[in-house]
Structures are given as C-alpha cells and as structure tokens.
Design a protein around this ligand. Structure first.
Ligand SMILES: NC(=O)c1ccc[n+]([C@@H]2O[C@H](COP(=O)([O-])OP(=O)(O)OC[C@H]3O[C@@H](n4cnc5c(N)ncnc54)[C@H](O)[C@@H]3O)[C@@H](O)[C@H]2O)c1
Length: 279
C-alpha cells in the first residue's frame, strides 16, 4: 500500500549494502512513496555490495563516500543538491561497524584503535553529516534526519561490545544537534532503536540466533522487521511527524518495556527442567 507520503521530497540515503540492509528497505519504500534521492556507501561496499541494483530500481545515483571523511560528505551533499536541483528534505544515517566485534575482541580486552574506529564510523559520522549539511545549508526547513540505533545504547546486552558505546553517543548527538538544528532551521533529528534484524551488520552480533528468539518471545508484538522499520522511517521523513525531534524511538514490538514475558518464562523453565534431568 502506498500513500504518496514523500511526494516531492528529496533525500540522501547512506548505508544500503545489499537487499537485507535496513537502508535498502527504506530506500525502496521511499521510492514507492514518491521521493527522489541519492544513495551513498563506501567504495568497498559499492564494489562488493549490490547497490547498483537498488540504484536502477529507484533511479537513484550512487555517490561513493567514507562517512568518516568530512571531505567525502561535503561531496555527497553538494553532488546531491546538484543532481536533484536544490536542498534535500531528508537524510538517513544507516551506518555501523566495529572491528572489535568482527575480530571477536571481548569488551574487557578491546583494541583501542578499533574502538576509535567504531566510534568514528558508527557515531561521529552522524555528527560530521549534520555539521556538513548545516554549513552547506543543504537541508530544507522542516527537513528530517534519522539514524538507526539499538537498545544496547541504554541497557547492557551480552555481546554488543563497543557498538553499545557508539550507539549511546549516536543517540546523544541526535539530541544535542537536534536542539541547534531545530532552533535555527526547524530541522528534526531522531534515532530509531530497531529490533535485532538479520542483516550483514546484524549477523555480526554474538549469539544473534538466540537473541532473535529471546526478543521475539519477549516482545508482545514480536520483533520488528526491516520492512516494518522502513514503513516507520517513511512516517518520520514525512510531514506527518513535523514536531517529533530529539527522540530515540523504540521500534521493537514492545521489547524495551518488558522484563519477563509468558513465552520467555515458558522457554526458560523448559531449559531448567532439562538441566535438572541431566544432573
Ligand atoms: N541489524 C540489526 O540487528 C540492527 C538493529 C538495530 C540497529 N541497527 C543499525 O542499523 C544500521 C544499518 O545496519 P544494517 O543492519 O542494515 O546492516 P548493513 O551491514 O546492511 O549496513 C551497515 C552499513 O554501514 C556501511 N558502512 C560501514 N562503514 C562505513 C563508512 N565508513 N562509511 C559509510 N558507510 C559505512 C556499510 O557499508 C553498510 O552499508 C546500523 O547503524 C546498525 O547498527 C541494526
């Protein structure tokens, strides 16, 4: 079902790698809802990912950029305004990476060079994006900027590692910059805290299978899928959410408000019984 919610809107979507990426789903939905936009990802992701397929499907030009480079980001915003003939209305930051997670370094044995890279890629890139956009005056009044977060920013979850710290900074940047950009340009900045989702980044989380099962059992509405995240993102890019800013909004089927559910308790008790039998 389409509603033309983004008809006439222009945007930039960072972070679509393959058809499992949350950014990919958001780009597809934005296209269906009438938006025009450019896509951006790293040169490596462009080589190994499938973004050319999405580019064709959405008639969207792909602009290579490392989101940690201010110079690259300036190019993305300038080129996007050139292609689309003016300022953009929405920006999606759907970027995350941790070498400590990739190399399976535990949180009490972190490599600090990797840690700095995690923060730079997964959090500071959001600030850089916003600062570049503001200096270039690249976002229209009442525009909307969105980044993707995870509940580990606020509650400790086994295995999420230094990405938890990066997400905490990301959510804070949305508030700090949201105040300035809102006050001066009526531009809103929010983060969506999404359920665990099977993507390239998601599969990197230690114990993802167990985690997905646990969050599914704990959430009264079940885990939120990437497609559902795309639907919600469209609302946040649309004029239907004009006064929502500086928020971290949980899109997780209710997981974040739960402590124990019937379904999780049943499973836990089953494990306890099995363990007793094995004693
Ligand atoms: N999958 C999940 O379980 C989950 C849950 C909550 C939040 N998120 C967040 O959603 C966002 C998108 O992740 P995803 O799950 O779609 O996985 P994904 O692997 O498809 O997307 C991550 C993207 O980050 C890009 N990236 C990495 N380094 C970059 C850099 N230096 N410059 C520019 N881009 C760079 C990658 O190329 C990739 O496109 C991330 O912020 C992630 O933390 C994911």
């Amino acid at each position: 079902m389409t509603y033309n919610l983004l008809k006439g809107k222009k945007g930039i979507i960072f972070g679509a790698l393959d058809n499992k990426s949350i950014a990919w789903k958001i780009a597809s939905r934005a296209h269906e809802e009438g938006a025009v936009f450019t896509l951006s990802n790293t040169p490596v992701a462009l080589r190994f990912g499938e973004i050319s397929q999405l580019s064709e499907q959405c008639n969207a030009e792909v602009i290579p950029a490392d989101a940690t480079s201010v110079k690259d980001l300036e190019y993305v915003f300038n080129r996007s305004m050139e292609i689309m003939g003016g300022k953009v209305d929405f920006v999606l930051h759907s970027i995350g990476m941790s070498m400590n997670v990739r190399k399976q370094r535990d949180y009490d044995d972190l490599d600090y060079d990797y840690f700095l890279k995690t923060i730079d890629i997964s959090a500071l890139s959001f600030h850089k994006m916003l600062q570049v956009a503001k200096k270039l005056d690249a976002i229209s009044e009442w525009g909307s900027v969105l980044a993707l977060s995870y509940i580990a920013a606020q509650r400790t979850l086994v295995g999420y590692n230094d990405m938890a710290d990066a997400k905490a900074i990301l959510e804070s940047i949305a508030r700090s910059f949201g105040y300035i950009y809102g006050r001066e340009k009526h531009i809103r900045i929010n983060t969506i805290s999404q359920s665990p989702t099977r993507t390239t980044a998601g599969n990197g989380i230690k114990g993802i299978d167990g985690l997905l099962d646990f969050t599914e059992r704990m959430s009264p509405l079940g885990n939120a899928t990437a497609d559902e995240c795309a639907d919600f993102s469209i609302v946040l890019f649309s004029d239907l959410s004009k006064k929502v800013t500086m928020q971290n909004i949980f899109h997780d089927g209710g997981f974040s408000s739960m402590a124990m559910s019937q379904k999780a308790m049943t499973q836990y008790n089953k494990c306890l019984e099995e363990n007793e039998e094995n004693l």
